[in-house]
Design a protein around this ligand. Structure first.
Ligand SMILES: *[C@@H]1O[C@H](CO)[C@@H](O)[C@H](O)[C@H]1NC(C)=O
Ligand SMILES: *[C@@H]1O[C@H](CO)[C@@H](O)[C@H](O)[C@H]1NC(C)=O
Length: 99
């Protein structure tokens, strides 16, 4: 079992139409987990590796949100902006996306 630590940083919240209850939000999603297979030892030359380009080859959590009782897949119509994917020497992976 892998535990994924998740935190959200709300950047903006706005209402495009004041007569409705719809809101647009922009936020950063931080996810952190440990994948022991990705440990590396390069004598401390690199604190972490930038692995954003290789994210399709790594195990990634399948994160989704439940909003108003409905499933809203983050991978669906709302494509996230992939900000950073860092692999630390001890196998800790940090993944930041913006929605
Ligand atoms: C996740 O959070 C828990 C509790 O704060 C902590 O013990 C654990 O080390 C964290 N895991 C990662 C991968 O950051
Ligand atoms: C792994 O390395 C990261 C970055 O140096 C650090 O924040 C984290 O606490 C380390 N985790 C463990 C379990 O040592």
């Amino acid at each position: 079992m892998t535990t994924v630590n998740v935190s959200v940083l709300l950047l903006t919240i706005s209402s495009p139409d004041e007569s409705s209850l719809k809101y647009e939000v922009e936020f950063l999603l931080f996810q952190r987990w440990v994948d022991e297979r990705l440990r590396f030892d390069d004598d401390g030359n690199h604190t972490y590796l930038n692995a954003l380009m290789y994210r399709h080859q790594l195990w990634m959590p399948d994160t989704y949100f439940i909003l108003h009782g409905e499933f809203k897949e983050l991978k669906g119509p709302v494509d996230p902006v992939h900000m950073a994917l860092k692999i630390f020497a001890n196998g800790t992976v940090m993944y930041i996306t913006r929605y």
